[in-house]
Design a protein around this ligand. Structure first.
Ligand SMILES: C[S@@+](CC[C@H](N)C(=O)[O-])C[C@H]1O[C@@H](n2cnc3c(N)ncnc32)[C@H](O)[C@@H]1O
Length: 264
């Protein structure tokens, strides 16, 4: 039976890779790399570097240009059509590149369970007629973990929930009792939140784990514009950006005391 290993590789720092991931990589004879175009070239390069550094057995890279998402289509319909096209491509690659008892692998950015479609696409590839295969999944350091560790903060406040969402949904998903993490934002989610004017604290990170890592934190009303400006400049300089941010209600100001002192 063919076997596919879906391996989380972290989000930019080669040292994010776990020992378990390295061991899994060394079981694979072929790695499937879907190139999403210029902006993602650096992310493909990191995968190639990880392979060159850690592989102790001969391996092949099966590469294909990923179909493009129709950005003019309504978001969910556009993503569904894109996944379908990728599933057909992956089904063909598995049939061509992986022998009957072979082991192949996908190196997934971050963690395969968080805003990544590899597992969904493999399910769809089965339905699209790929030869039978089994899947094993290996966790990776996600952008959320890279963000909280870079800032040295706890993800949640005591007993309160955490909502992980997309930039486009961040305004709708904001709750007064929860920490909200936004991924895949093009800046408009953050701007919408700033426009609403709630008293929020923000922790932001871009290119986390890489030499280009950028961090900012503070009261949203004070650092929001600075973040958006740094974001725009970095995007213009590099041609692409990946950033993630976390907000939660700012703690109430200290209450004034009769003796003139303030107590938190
Ligand atoms: C398609 S999702 C992939 C998430 C990934 N599977 C994970 O576990 O973090 C891409 C989004 O993850 C976030 N992201 C991924 N890598 C990042 C990095 N190095 N720095 C900041 N954000 C990152 C950004 O919000 C980006 O838009």
């Amino acid at each position: 039976m063919r076997r596919l290993l879906v391996i989380g590789i972290g989000v930019g720092d080669p040292d994010h890779l776990t020992f378990q991931a390295v061991a899994a990589m060394n079981r694979a004879e072929v790695f499937f790399l879907l190139d999403k175009g210029e902006a993602a070239a650096e992310l493909v390069r990191l995968r190639e570097e990880l392979l060159a550094r850690h592989m102790r057995r001969p391996y092949r890279i099966a590469r294909a240009d990923s179909p493009k998402r129709d950005v003019a289509a309504p978001y969910k319909a556009g993503v569904a059509a894109w996944h379908e096209a990728r599933a057909a491509l992956v089904a063909g690659m598995i049939a061509r590149e992986l022998p009957e008892d072979g082991t192949g692998a996908f190196l997934v950015w971050g963690d395969p369970a968080l805003y990544d479609s590899t597992l969904r696409i493999l399910d769809a590839a089965r339905e699209a007629g790929a030869p039978a295969f089994e899947i094993e999944v290996f966790p990776g350091i996600s952008a959320v973990q890279a963000l909280t560790s870079a800032h040295g903060i706890v993800l949640n406040t005591v007993g309160d929930p955490v909502i992980v969402t997309t930039g486009r949904r961040s305004l709708d998903d904001l709750r007064p009792d929860a920490t909200l993490v936004a991924m895949l934002d093009d800046g408009s989610g953050l701007r919408a939140l700033m426009a609403r004017g709630d008293s929020l604290d923000i922790w932001w990170g871009a290119y986390l784990g890489s030499p280009d890592q950028m961090l900012a934190a503070g009261r949203l009303s004070e650092v929001g514009e600075i973040i958006l400006e740094r974001r725009a400049q970095a995007r213009a300089r590099k041609g692409w950006i990946m950033d993630v941010w976390l907000v939660r209600p700012a703690p109430p100001p200290p209450a004034p005391q009769p003796d003139g002192a303030t107590r938190p």
